[in-house]
Structure formats: C-alpha cells, structure tokens
Design a protein around this ligand. Structure first.
Ligand code: NAD
Length: 478
C-alpha cells in the first residue's frame, strides 16, 4: 500500500480527479490518499505561494503527489505553484509521453510514439536575471554536470525499463559550446554505458524540424530545460492530444504527476471535461510506485475506450466517435473495460513493476583549475571601440593586459568592423603578458584602478582552464 497526496485543484480539477481516482481504484491501485488544498482559494486567502506549510509536510512525507490543474489568479504577486513545487522538491526530470491515437483522435502523424525527457531544474530557468546597463539585460544559463548526468541517465534507464530502442539528445552545442557542450558530452559518456540502446545527437533546430515533420524517426528524446519546455508542447500538439497528455515530474526523493492542460475554468462543474490527461499522469504514477500491473490494466482499458469511440466533447468527431459522454460516463466506460485490451491501437505491456534503477550522483575528482584571464564588463556610452580601448588600456599591468573588446559577444577591438552595431555593454578581456601570472589580487587592483578612472565596471567573469584546457568562449570573430 502506498500513501499518496492528492490535490483536486481548481476549475475542472475536482471532476477529473474524481474520475481518475475512481478508475485507478477500480483497477486495484494499492493506494491510500491524503488530500490537500492548493491553488486559487489558498492564493486568495492571502498565501502568495498557493499552498500552506502543512501541505508541504504531507507532500514530503508521502513523496508521491497527484495534482489536478490549478488556477493562478490574474494580477501580480502570485507565484507559480508548479515552478515552486519542482524546485523545492528537486523534481529534475519531466517525462512526457506523446503518442498518437490514430485513427480515433485526429493527427497528422499516425505512427508517432515518442517520450520527451526534459531537464526540469536548471538552464535559463534558474531565473537569475539582471539589468546591467541602460540597454542590456542578462539571464544566466546554468548547466551542471550533476544536472546533466541525472537527466540523461534517467532517459536511458527509462528506455531500458520500457523497451525503447533509441535515445536522442537535442542541444545547440555548435553555438553554446560550454553549456550545451557539457550536456552533449555527458550524453556521449552515459550512452557508452547502454550499448543495447541506440543513441544519437541532433542540433536542436534541425532536430525540432525533423520531429515536427517525421516524429516516427524518434523514440526517447532528452534535452535541457528550455528546449524541452517548448518541444514537449509541440510534441503533444502534433500527436493530436494536448488534452490527453499527462506528465511526470521526478526527483530523487519525491515525484509529482499531473495533466499538461490547465484548469479550463469555463468548463468547470458541467461534467464535460476529459479526464484523460490526469489519468495519463496517474498511470505514470502507478508505474513509478511499482504498480505497473495496475497501470497496464488502466492504460489498456483507456485505449479500448478511446477505440470504442466513447469520447468527451473535446475529441468527439462525427463518423469516428460513437458516443459523446461526460466526465463521469467516460470514467464508467473505462472501468467497464478494465481487463480488456484495444484491438487496433497498440496495447501496452509495462512488465514486472520494477522501478527505475537510478544511482546517486557521485562527484568526480576536482580538476586542476588555473586562472588565465578576466573579462571585465563595462557600461560605456561611446560608439568607437578604439576609444574605449584607449581608456581601459590605462589599466594595463604585466599581469593583466587588454587583449580584446567584444560587444554582445562580437569582437570589436582590435580589428573590428565599423558595420558592427554596438550597445552600451562592453566586454574587455584582460590576459597576462607572456611569462606572467594573473592572480585574484591583480583583478582586485584592476577594479580599483578602473573605479579611480571612473570606468563603470558592471561585472567580471574569471577565465579558467581546467586540467590545462581553456574553459571559456572566444570572442566571435576572434
Ligand atoms: P487550459 O488548458 O485550462 O484550457 C485551454 C483549452 O483547452 C480550453 O478551451 C479548455 O476548455 C480546453 N481544455 C483543457 N483541458 C481540458 C479537458 N480536460 N477537457 C476538455 N477540454 C479541456 O488553459 P488556459 O485556459 O490557458 O488556462 C486556464 C487556467 O489554468 C489558468 O489559470 C492557468 O494558469 C491554469 N493552468 C494551470 C496548469 C497547471 O496547474 N498545471 C497548467 C496550465 C494552465
């Protein structure tokens, strides 16, 4: 018996949750439920996080959370509960299966059956943003080795567990050689550990185009957070089933399962909503807690119901559907089909109920780290990079000499092009002269001198080599 936390949410949430729970209980789910209140009522009662402290305690105790969609009230100050939950509970993996149900649900891709595995915690979603000059703001893209190892291993373990043949990685490492480069490198390393699973890497732009055009070429696709956010919606949409898709958010200790759609307030309380998205989330939950037998029974009964043409309004289609039903009637039809398999759609087989084998991250021995230079970012309102160079070259010492200036990454000094458009945000790269060493003390002196000369330094980035390999990007055009 597994204790789970359930939140019925807002809008259509309570109806689709009741339908989902009635189906999985009828199928023999071995669960006990603690219900918590989250969402609109909690927000409007003055709690800007949308969830009470005691509810966190219950979620953390039970470790498994089935969540219906919630309504985030309009207007400022309310924090997204989804983002908070993911971050607080360390739910690093977002798993979204996207399968077409042709010919019962309309799709351009009848053969599609892919699973998007999205890194869920880092990348640009760390939310570290700053305005640095009048004209320029930045958002830090953070990619970590543990973040990459955990998500990529998850993708391969998932492939092994569910009999999938291939894992594809999408990145843009031709441009982001450090961040996406690390993701790709870790993918190549971990792929070696799974010789029975095919692996490949695509540059995200052409990969995404291929996925939208020929999704049957892919199986499991793993990617960093932002790409995964965008492409998991594209994949669900082209499968024809945004309203039918569920997703799992998995962490080392806890996991949350949900539908991908929202609370559809206009449909609330009318026994109209399709409970399938949340049911798909619940099926992922059942496999996660080792009840694959129940998950398989529910999924096959659900496929049979779709195939029987028993459809809620959102997927009802004259000529394909046989009956237009409400939320409750749909749930009853699935319950009546428990124990049966679809005839035309592919029945699922989830095997012996084992959970995924995910070792804890082990930190690698530290590399030799060597300071090789410093990028000093300057807010300057001029236009001619040579003028700025003359200004900052006054700061030169043997340990730190101006070697280059870039503007938005493009080299503008020395040998810049007059055509290059420049903002007020300049990066001045300092490196030690031949035979000299740069220290942190030298950087402090450099900043002190810059301040005395009224040069407006907005930030610095140290340039390091790890085990002798420079680990920073060159200027574009350098
Ligand atoms: P939505 O997903 O609620 O609705 C989009 C459209 O799809 C609507 O036409 C709706 O009627 C239809 N729809 C959605 N789910 C359906 C279902 N199960 N059955 C039948 N039809 C369905 O998106 P929205 O209208 O942009 O957002 C409404 C609210 O939901 C907002 O407050 C938003 O913040 C919230 N939201 C919550 C989550 C979540 O909790 N995970 C996710 C997305 C949006």
């Amino acid at each position: 018996m597994q204790r789970i936390t359930v939140a019925k949410g807002d809008g259509i949430g309570p109806e689709i949750m009741d339908a989902t729970l009635s189906i999985i209980k009828a199928a023999g789910a071995r669960i006990e439920i603690d219900e918590i209140e989250i969402g609109e009522k909690v927000y409007l009662a003055g709690n800007t996080s949308g969830i009470a402290r005691e509810s966190w305690d219950i979620i953390r105790r039970n470790k498994v959370f089935l969540k219906a969609p919630i309504t985030t009230p309009q207007g400022g100050g309310y924090k997204s509960l989804n983002v908070t939950t993911r971050k607080f509970l360390g739910l690093y993996a977002n798993i979204r299966p996207c399968v077409s149900l042709h010919p019962f649900v309309k799709t351009k891709h009848p053969q599609m059956d892919i699973v998007i595995v999205r890194e869920n915690e880092e990348d640009l979603y760390a939310g570290i943003e700053h305005q640095q000059t009048d004209e320029v703001v930045q958002c830090l893209k953070l990619i970590s080795r543990p973040g990459c190892e955990k998500i990529i291993r998850y993708a391969f373990e998932y492939a092994v567990r569910y009999g999938r043949r291939k894992v594809t990685c999408f990145t843009k490492d031709n441009i982001m050689k450090q961040t996406d480069g690390l993701f790709h490198q870790v993918f190549d390393e971990i792929a070696q550990e799974y010789p029975s699973i095919e692996n490949e890497h695509w540059i995200i732009d052409i990969g995404a185009a291929k996925m939208a055009d020929t999704p049957e070429a892919f199986d499991v696709i793993v990617m960093p957070n932002l790409y995964g956010d965008v492409l998991s919606d594209v994949a669900a949409q082209i499968a024809g089933s945004v309203g039918l898709a569920g997703s799992a958010n998995i962490g080392e200790a806890c996991a949350m399962f949900e539908a991908i759609h929202g609370s559809a307030p206009r449909r609330a309380g009318q026994n109209m909503a399709n409970p399938s998205g949340l049911l798909q989330g619940a099926i992922q939950m059942l496999t996660h807690i080792g009840q694959a037998d129940v998950a398989e029974k529910v999924q096959n009964a659900w496929l049979k119901t779709i195939e029987d043409g028993i459809h809620t309004y959102d997927i009802y289609k004259e000529g394909v559907s046989t009956q237009k039903v409400g939320t409750k009637e749909f749930a009853e039809a699935v319950i009546n089909n428990l124990g049966q398999k679809p005839a035309q759609l592919k029945a699922v087989h989830y095997g012996n109920g084992s959970t995924l084998n995910l070792p804890k991250y082990v930190r690698k021995p530290a590399k030799k780290k060597e300071l090789q230079g410093v990028d000093v970012f300057v807010h300057w309102n001029g236009e001619d990079a040579a003028q700025l160079a003359a200004l900052v070259e006054q700061l030169n010492t043997p340990a730190a000499q101006l070697s280059m200036i870039t503007n938005r990454g493009i080299k503008v000094y020395p040998d810049g092009f007059p055509e290059t458009f420049c903002t007020d945000h300049w990066r001045c790269r300092f490196k030690p002269a031949e035979g000299e060493q740069l220290t942190k003390q030298d950087i402090i002196r450099l900043l002190q001198a810059a301040d005395e000369k009224h040069i407006d330094v907005i930030k610095t980035e140290n340039l390091y080599a790890f085990d002798g390999k420079p680990a920073f990007s060159l200027g574009q055009g350098q």
